[in-house]
Design a binder for this molecule. Structure first.
Ligand code: XIL
Length: 451
């Protein structure tokens, strides 16, 4: 079985254990050390963070939060730190939604990436209406207020996002900042940002800059110029949104390396790869390997936890499916990071399973649900999943499983009742009756954990 020890607690214990062994004159036999079994744990053993974009309005969903807390050690608010969310009218700041994410992260010991201060998109219309003098002071004020609010709490800020055009020109993109303040706006923003929170790493972030091309050349030249002239910049973010029309470039690693050689960190900031199965898994592994091969590649953030809430949901681009099952891409990332679910003594083969829900009979007051458990490419001897109800629904009967309940009575953890052993690819199912009590919402099914 998986233990409940968090990966962070385990990481903290590892050096202590190694120290004790050393004092006792023992050495840990190689191969017996526990390989990390979470993304964050495995990344941390390689000196990297592994983060995800988070939306504040999902923080009440049990499997969303448990997946976040188990697998990730850095969060990026997906929309809550954008200008339209934080300063919808001039000088009136609303930090509440982003604060919820920051406090959740802090209470769990996760780091926070700030995204983003100066961007042409999700920009309130009042900004575009300002003349140059006003715009300059509004930009500086926005940077000061926002960075000041979370001073010391953000590991890296995307100071400027997407300031270059696509295509072969290498030119700047038209935006209120570019059009009214000219080329110097990026430098001005970075100088203001350094003064506002000297502890935060300051990043330039963009997309379609993942390989060596005209757009990434333009960003490269800007970063080289900034370093030469002492303009404060610490990192470059590579969004890394990939699909069949824009696959992981063959020169991805070489591109990260040439930026790193300028003396900046590189971070993979919004990774998602449309697709499924082995080809998606292989692409994800290639991205992870590229980052690990570049010493200054300090972390990877995926752009969401579950396919169901992805901004590109129809492309199923993330590591967990809509039911929070681990996809082949998850396993590929974990393995590329050097971790393995096979490090779990109760799960020697690294077995996996998936859990999918389907509604059965429905009556006016109640409905029956069925969850199908399917073993992955290895046989399993046990499985665990969760069924989360919407209060005031109640489960009044279950079959083909052994349920336990959390204190709220809304989350049922289901384990086998004689149907734990499944051959590779084989399925079993359990069922239950939900009393609606006025709410006919489908239950949320958590991920499937195999043993
Ligand atoms: C996206 C969010 O994921 C969506 O929810 C929102 O509707 C639009 O923005 N580049 C970025 C991110 O820097 O902020 C964008 O996020 C995706 C592209």
């Amino acid at each position: 079985m998986h233990t409940s020890t968090s990966s962070r607690a385990r990481r903290a214990l590892a050096p202590v254990l190694t120290g004790l062994l050393a004092v006792a004159g023992l050495t840990a036999a190689s191969g017996t050390a526990e390989a990390a079994s979470t993304l964050a744990g495995a990344a941390a053993e390689k000196g990297r963070y592994f983060g995800t974009a988070v939306a504040a309005n999902h923080l009440g969903e049990a499997p969303y939060v448990s997946t976040l807390n188990t697998e990730f050690d850095s969060v990026t608010p997906e929309n809550e730190m954008k200008w339209d969310a934080l300063e919808p009218s001039r000088g009136a700041f609303n930090f509440a939604a982003a604060d919820r994410i920051v406090s959740h992260a802090q209470s769990r010991g996760m780091k926070v990436r700030g995204h983003t201060l100066v961007w042409h998109s999700q920009l309130p219309s009042w900004v575009a209406g300002l003349g140059a003098t006003d715009l300059r002071s509004a930009m500086n004020n926005h940077i000061n207020q926002v960075m000041g609010h979370w001073k010391g709490k953000i590991h890296s800020w995307d100071v400027v996002n997407e300031a270059f055009q696509d295509g072969s020109s290498g030119a700047r993109r038209s935006s209120p900042f570019q059009d009214k303040l000219g080329n110097g706006f990026i430098e001005e923003a970075f100088r203001a940002a350094r003064a506002a929170d000297p502890a935060a790493k300051l990043c330039y972030n963009d997309y379609n800059t993942d390989g060596i091309n005209a757009k990434s050349n333009a960003v490269y030249n800007m970063v080289r110029d900034f370093k030469a002239r002492g303009v404060p910049i610490d990192c470059v973010g590579f969004q890394s949104h990939f699909n069949s029309a824009s696959p992981v470039p063959a020169d991805y690693q070489a591109n990260l390396q040439r930026f790193a050689d300028l003396g900046v960190e590189v971070q993979i900031t919004e990774l998602d790869i449309e697709g499924s199965g082995t080809s998606q898994a292989t692409s994800y592994a290639n991205v992870v390997k590229a980052c690990l091969a570049v010493t200054r590649c300090t972390g990877i953030t995926v752009w969401g936890i579950t396919d169901k809430y992805s901004w590109r949901a129809s492309g199923t681009p993330l590591l967990f499916d809509s039911n929070y099952n681990k996809k082949p891409a998850y396993t590929a990332v974990l393995n590329a990071l050097g971790g393995t679910s096979g490090g779990d003594p109760g799960n020697p083969g690294g077995a996996t399973c998936t859990a999918t829900y389907s509604k059965q009979e429905e009556w006016s007051d109640r409905f029956n649900g069925r969850v199908t458990i399917t073993a992955g490419s290895a046989a399993i001897t046990g499985w665990t999943t969760t069924v989360t109800l919407t209060s005031p629904q109640k489960i009044t009967a279950t079959w083909n499983g052994s349920p336990t309940w959390d204190s709220s009575g809304n989350v049922m953890t289901m384990r086998p009742n004689g149907n734990g052993s499944l051959a590779a690819g084989a399925s079993t199912s359990f069922g239950f009756t939900v009393m609606k009590n006025g709410n006919s919402a489908a239950p949320a099914i958590g991920g499937c954990t195999a043993s």
